[in-house]
Ligand binder design. Structure first.
Ligand code: SF4
Length: 418
């Protein structure tokens, strides 16, 4: 049958099969990077630190922080982190509480936790020595995926291995007119093969960073600056935009109706009004889950007269694990305001032993916060208590904090908004 056997190799326009072209592309991209690279603390460290384990650690920290977070935000966090824990050994001795405090505000808190767990593993099981190749990093370090492993190995240890992140996906799909769903495993595998084939043999770390920086600053999602692009002469998407007249469907530039696993699907052909932004293409995203949570800011006069607020700690696993928050309660769908108050009052009564009544809760407003996959609305109430409150410590750890202490605690960005 047609399904049997190995699939035919993709046509040349989807590949980097000409060694001379690959060489020129590497040279052009690195020359551009050398001229305009941003000075970032982890780059400086990776270029100047003689100790390989320390280089690996520094790049690891930066890569984890940079996932889902802007460079400009990361710099301060990175500097504070490296000052506090300059080595894996130092990090291995930190408490999760300290890690969460420093991470607070960066989001996706499990990253900090995982990093610390992995540091403990390197110290206790690998004698403090970082694995030196992408394969070993991914295999031996918990939480280190293919991308992070490739970044650490190429930038810190000079291994000629590629990386594929969102920026690289975009650049490669444009360079090679890949219009099939770029989130499908088959396409992702092709892109990794391509990145591994393309990476410069003598300067792999710089090459990978250059490719990512090109995607972040020139080959941007909506308005790429093709005129200034150092690899425009190698770009198939640009060639197609400039030199191919709009043609009737099926487009003669595609490899053949439905026959190519890397071309746009026959049902969504090249749209000439989009130009190079025809690529990459993704299947429609799943909608985030909608959730509502009632939360109550409990306030009392502290012993020095300043107001204090009650915060409680979340469970040590799951979303926002181990972080502190105002007492909160997930709400069932479609609950009326009146009912909402009642369940929250019940909850607070159990917690504080205080005769909280639903009518005593003041509705302050709503705060919306988008987590990666959850569209969360906090319905915020407040309640002042005068008198002593004994908290049921069996329910979960809790403490009273001043406003200043609140901001220094390991609380999520969503709670700061609240
Ligand atoms: Fe991206 Fe344009 Fe450069 Fe092609 S020419 S890689 S589309 S910026």
């Amino acid at each position: 049958s047609l399904r049997a056997g190995t699939p035919a190799p993709p046509p040349a326009r989807h590949l980097f099969s000409d060694p001379t072209e690959t060489e020129t592309l590497r040279r052009n991209l690195l020359a551009w990077y050398d001229k305009g690279r941003r000075d970032l603390p982890w780059r400086t460290l990776a270029a100047t630190e003689p100790d390989a384990d320390r280089r690996g650690y520094a790049v690891w920290v930066s890569e984890l922080m940079l996932q889902q977070t802007q460079v400009s935000t990361v710099i301060d966090y990175y500097n504070r982190w490296m000052q506090k824990w300059p080595t894996l050994q130092a990090l291995a001795q930190a408490s999760l509480e300290e890690v969460n405090e420093l991470w607070a505000g960066l989001g996706y808190y499990s990253r900090g936790k995982r990093l610390q767990e992995a540091a403990r593993k390197v110290v206790s099981e690998l004698a403090g020595r970082m694995p030196r190749t992408a394969e070993d990093l991914q295999k031996l370090l918990p939480g280190v995926g293919r991308y992070t492993a490739g970044a650490i190995a190429s930038i810190s240890f000079g291994q000629a291995t590629g990386v594929v992140d969102g920026n690289v996906v975009r650049v490669l799909c444009r360079l090679r007119c890949i219009g099939a769903d770029s989130s499908s495993p088959a396409v992702i595998d092709r892109l990794w093969d391509m990145a591994n084939a393309l990476v410069d043999r003598s300067r792999p770390g710089d090459f990978n960073q250059a490719l990512m920086e090109l995607g972040a600053t020139v080959c941007t999602p909506k308005a790429p600056l093709c005129g200034e692009c150092p690899v425009k002469q190698h770009c198939q998407a640009r060639r197609r935009k400039l030199f191919v007249k709009p043609t009737p469907v099926p487009d003669v530039e595609d490899c053949g109706a439905g026959g190519c696993a890397l071309c746009p699907p026959a049902t969504e052909p090249w749209d000439s009004s989009l130009g190079v932004t025809n690529f990459p293409r993704k299947a429609a995203k799943k909608q985030p889950r909608v959730a509502r949570t009632a939360t109550c800011v409990l306030e009392r006069r502290g012993c020095h007269g300043a107001p204090e607020y009650l915060i409680v700690q979340r469970p040590s696993s799951g979303l926002l694990a181990g972080l502190w928050e105002f007492p909160s309660l997930p709400l069932a769908q479609g609950l009326q305001e009146e009912k909402q108050r009642e369940v929250l009052a019940d909850h607070l009564r159990a917690w504080t032993g205080w005769p909280v009544v639903a009518g005593g809760l003041r509705l302050i407003g709503e705060v919306v916060h988008i987590f990666s996959h959850i569209h969360q609305t906090y319905v915020v109430y407040s309640l002042s208590l005068d008198g002593d409150v004994t908290l049921d410590s069996a329910l979960s750890p809790s403490r009273w904090v001043t406003e200043e202490e609140f901001h220094a605690s390991a609380v999520s960005t969503a709670m700061k908004k609240v």
